[in-house]
Design a binder for this molecule. Structure first.
Ligand code: ADP
Length: 639
């Protein structure tokens, strides 16, 4: 029978896997048992919805057996099993879902050296068996099928799938343990005590019995008599099937029984994350609805988090039986990075997905969970700011999108969790901290949007605010400005853009003075506006500028950042344009030069006007549509 080849990247992954996780060989058993447990979960779930499946929970078990002479370890389950096609699809392509990211990672030499990073991302899975095996055989019979098939492989060189005999549905995995070498003692895994220890260590909470034949010894009477006329005894060995795991799910156990470390280990294994979560949240609620929840806030976003591929949701159990793998209704969208399980005895086992959505109990649980996540995140922010910063790097964007979603429905929930870089603090701060540090005479919370902190730090129109010693929030993420608009205020303090006409720092006198000066120069300002051929809606004298000659402001609801954003969204239709206002510094020497030119040489004055407009665009990080014109203008004025 012709061997099928693994897909190219699978081959490399397999190579990496087999050769790079020396210290963790023992996890192969945990992976196989987890798969077996998942397969039983799947059939259990089917049994809930399909009356034809005449099995109950107590019929299910996982068996682990060792044959020292044959050098094999066998893991058997009576779960859902796999058809030939499923064997092909599930075991023929390694890290299928992650292959794209995987390829990306492979290009980096460093990753290649370590290898372990890549594997961690996908969960080691079934293939970890090859760390200790030179051959693996998987016999499987899908539930409800008459045929069984065997998948067999000796590693990276490919695999075969052939029909085989198998009575019961489910899967039997036979691992042919490698011979010992000088460096490696593979035989340790053929010791049933060692295996039993591994089951206890990694799979104790698996909710189905994991049975093993354990060899034991006992004393039995013989026919021989001793000197006292009593029958002699001797030791004999026998084997007895034992359920090795305690089966109580980890979330059902009390805090005194299960440490945070245990929970973290559970998280990493169950949710295939190589990093510790930033927070473990345990909930044990009694009352209107009783439930237990074990939730985790991850440190890093999965590579597909901000894409459509990411599937959010908590695993939902009704009295210890999984009824849904990714229950979306338990989490608000803004917290969809949270992973974990919820188990309630108040939910009906036979509830359908459609009914579940409208279930009152489920809604109550979801409401409580939302509050709990918020308060735990807030606590993290206050007590462990560095850890929170790490979390925020991964999921801050999610919180911001959460504020914007559904017309700001969750803004009250989320506003305390936001952080922005503050020019005064020189680091990201919460809005509460910003307000706390505001000098008494400061009216508004100021913000400026742009590409980078370095650029924003030089924004001319922010000069007077900085000079007053007020902090400015520098916003560099795409949704930031929309978030500000959605919030409007924080703690009674209005959020105000540094581009706003009125920054609330100018004295009435000053304003009047500027207005008067503007009136005096009306003709010149009109001339400048006309010279710019409709690029700006107004030209003004600014009271905001100190050292700079110009800046670009806007009128109306669309800012320069929004213009940039909307025009990069694919398929957004017609281009939007912010209503630009050119603001000139009436005290600046450049203004005097402009004025002088206007009086003596109008053509030159028109060129100055354009040059100033181009400067304002550059300073605001806005695009110059015709750079050639700008270059020609500068050259022209130099000669
Ligand atoms: P993962 O468990 O992370 O999805 P694995 O490489 O361990 O990845 O397994 C790949 C797939 O093979 C599983 O998702 C499952 O569909 C299938 N599979 C593995 N073991 C079993 C089993 N004992 N019974 C049924 N299906 C299985």
């Amino acid at each position: 029978m012709a061997k099928k080849q693994f897909k190219a990247e699978s081959k490399r992954l397999l190579g990496l896997m087999i050769n790079s996780i020396y210290t963790h060989k023992e996890i192969f058993l945990r992976e196989l048992i987890s798969n077996a447990s998942d397969a039983i979960d799947k059939l259990c779930y089917k049994a809930l919805t399909d009356e034809g499946v005449g099995m109950s929970r107590s019929d299910f078990c996982i068996k682990v057996a060792v044959d020292e002479a044959e050098r094999t370890i066998t893991v058997t389950d009576n779960g859902i099993g796999m058809t030939a096609e499923e064997l092909e699809n599930n075991l023929g392509v390694i890290a299928k879902s992650g292959s794209l990211q995987f390829k990306k990672d492979m290009d980096e030499e460093k990753k290649e050296e370590s290898g372990i990073d890549i594997i961690g991302q996908f969960g080691v899975g079934f293939y970890s068996a090859f760390m200790i095996a030179d051959k693996v055989r998987v016999e499987s019979k899908a539930y409800g099928s008459d045929e069984a098939n065997a998948w067999e492989s000796t590693g990276a060189d490919g695999y075969t799938i052939t029909p085989c005999e198998k009575e019961e549905h489910g899967t039997k995995i036979i691992i042919y343990v490698k011979p010992d070498s000088e460096e490696e003692n593979y035989s340790e895994f053929l010791d049933s005590y060692r295996l039993r220890g591994l089951v206890k260590k990694y799979s104790d909470y698996v909710r189905y019995p994991i049975k093993m034949n354990i060899s034991k010894s006992r004393s039995v009477e013989t026919d021989e008599m001793d000197e006292n006329g009593k029958k002699k005894t001797k030791w004999e060995t026998y084997t007895e099937e034992e359920t090795v795991n305690s089966m109580v799910p980890i979330w059902q156990r009390s805090k005194s029984e299960v440490s945070d470390e245990d929970c973290i280990a559970f998280y990493k294994e169950k949710f295939h994350d190589q990093d510790d979560p930033v927070k473990v949240i345990r909930v044990s609620a009694e009352g209107a609805v009783s439930y237990k929840a074990l939730l985790f806030i991850p440190k890093n976003a999965p590579y597909n988090y901000y894409s459509r591929d990411y599937e959010a949701g908590l695993q939902l159990y009704a009295s210890g039986v999984m009824i849904m793998d990714k229950c979306k209704d338990l989490l608000p969208e803004c917290f969809q990075f949270v992973k974990g399980v919820v188990d309630s005895q108040d939910l009906s086992l036979n509830i359908s997905r459609e009914m579940l959505q409208h279930d009152r109990q489920l809604k109550t649980i979801a409401g409580n969970i939302e509050k709990k996540i918020k308060s735990e995140l807030k606590k993290l922010m206050d007590d462990e700011p560095e850890t929170y910063a790490e979390f925020y790097k991964s999921f801050g964007l999610q919180l911001k999108y959460g504020i914007l979603a559904n017309y700001g429905m969750k803004r009250e929930l989320l506003k305390d969790l936001l952080m922005f870089y503050s020019s005064a603090a020189g680091k990201p701060v919460s809005l509460a901290d910003y307000v706390k540090e505001m000098p008494e005479d400061q009216k508004y919370i100021y913000f400026a949007c742009g590409e980078s902190i370095a650029k924003l730090d030089k924004l001319p129109q922010a000069e007077p605010i900085r000079e007053k010693g007020y902090g400015i929030l520098y916003l560099t993420d795409e949704p930031d400005e929309f978030v500000m608009n959605m919030l409007g205020e924080y703690d009674g303090k209005e959020l105000r853009s540094v581009n706003a006409e009125d920054l609330g720092i100018e004295s009435e006198e000053n304003k009047e003075e500027t207005e008067k000066k503007e009136a005096d120069n009306k003709e010149l300002l009109d001339f400048v506006k006309d010279s710019l051929n409709g690029e700006v809606v107004a030209v003004k004298l600014s009271h905001k500028l100190k050292n700079s000659a110009v800046c670009l402001g806007v009128q109306g609801p669309i800012s320069l950042e929004m213009e940039r954003y909307f025009n990069t969204v694919p398929g957004a239709g017609e281009k939007v344009k912010a209503e630009r206002v050119l603001e000139l510094n009436g005290e600046h020497k450049v203004f005097a030069a402009l004025k002088a030119a206007y009086e003596t040489d109008k053509e030159r004055a028109a060129k100055y006007a354009k040059l100033l407009y181009f400067q304002s665009l550059l300073l605001s990080d806005a695009k110059i549509e015709d750079p050639a014109e700008y270059a020609a203008l500068v050259s022209d004025l130099m000669i």
